[in-house]
Write a protein that binds this ligand. Structure first.
Ligand SMILES: [Zn+2]
Ligand SMILES: [Zn+2]
Ligand SMILES: [Zn+2]
Ligand SMILES: [Zn+2]
Length: 132
């Protein structure tokens, strides 16, 4: 009798078949639990929140430590799961506390805005006030 190996999932990390009943499905592929790890600290990512950085999975603590972008509004790291506003290399939490006019504090989420380096303004008037 010939038992077809292809019924077993193949690990995308080591390219071997997975005989254990426990394995991770991530990024459309199957992985041995131990072979889907954080690229930075090697922790096992099964069941954990992770972020793909340049096609490499990274655990959330490493992401926050090594890759997270800082909010120009509150200067804290922006969690990978939360909404953000990005403009060029600047980022803000998409909250009324962080993404607001640098002059009059009007919330700019979903509004037109005028960026000037790290500052954003709601109108030409506000921009003029800050630059004069
Ligand atoms: Zn493997
Ligand atoms: Zn890690
Ligand atoms: Zn913020
Ligand atoms: Zn304004």
């Amino acid at each position: 009798r010939h038992y077809c190996d292809s019924e077993k999932p193949r690990c995308a990390g080591c390219d071997e078949l997975i005989f254990s009943n426990e394995y991770t499905q991530a990024e459309g592929q199957n992985w041995h639990l131990k072979h889907f790890c954080c690229f930075d600290c090697d922790c096992v990512l099964a069941g954990e929140i992770y972020v793909m950085v340049n096609d490499k999975p990274v655990c959330k603590p490493c992401y926050v430590k090594n890759y997270a972008v800082l909010c120009q509004g509150c200067h804290n790291a922006i969690d990978p799961e939360v909404q953000r506003v990005s403009y060029n290399s600047f980022h803000w939490h998409a909250t009324p506390e962080c993404f607001l006019c640098s002059c009059c504090n009007k919330c700019l989420i979903g509004q037109k805005f005028m960026p000037v380096e790290k500052m954003v303004f709601c109108s030409v008037e506000c921009k003029k006030k800050m630059s004069s």
